[in-house]
Design a binder for this molecule. Structure first.
Ligand code: ZN
Length: 159
């Protein structure tokens, strides 16, 4: 079933809301918060927090239960993936919809951070690869090893 999600995550499909109200066994595939959380591998309070942050807002049944349709579940999965990328909930909310202002800036900023992290990891790998083969008894006596330490700077100095 196609479910139209509005910009704030509200479902705009009128017939779905009707079906949600009629059902008690979720035979349209939508699930309650406990099942949605279990499928995602998170605690239910996480989904309530995402709702508070207006990232994923489920439907409400006539009895007041949260109902997550398949498109909500897919959205939850995307949010979880975006969190693994290091994006905050407000940032995720900004990138979920193409017309959201500031969307490109959020993405470009994160891509920039990912590139910086990649460069750091590459450097760390080269350093460790060198240390593995380093012929100095102490790495402090090796200029190459010391050079790596020199690139790290003091904490906060490059902020
Ligand atoms: Zn060395």
């Amino acid at each position: 079933m196609r479910v139209g999600l509005g910009r704030e995550g509200t479902v705009t499909h009128p017939t779905l809301e009707l079906q949600v109200d009629l059902k008690s066994t979720c035979n349209d595939g939508s699930v309650r918060i406990g099942e949605a959380a279990a499928r995602l591998g998170v605690a239910t309070h996480v989904l309530r927090h995402w709702e508070d942050e207006r990232v994923v807002i489920p439907l409400r049944s006539s009895s007041g239960h949260r109902d997550y349709a398949e498109e909500h579940l897919q959205r939850l999965r995307i949010v979880k993936s975006c969190q693994r990328l290091g994006l905050s909930l407000p940032e995720i909310r900004q990138i979920l919809h193409r017309d959201e202002p500031g969307r490109v800036a959020v993405i470009d900023r994160r891509v920039g951070e990912i590139r910086r992290l990649r460069a750091e990891l590459d450097m760390a790998e080269r350093f460790l690869g060198h240390v593995r083969e380093c012929r100095h008894d102490f790495i402090t006596r090796c200029t190459e090893c010391s050079a790596y330490a020199g690139t790290r700077g003091e904490i906060g100095s490059d902020a």
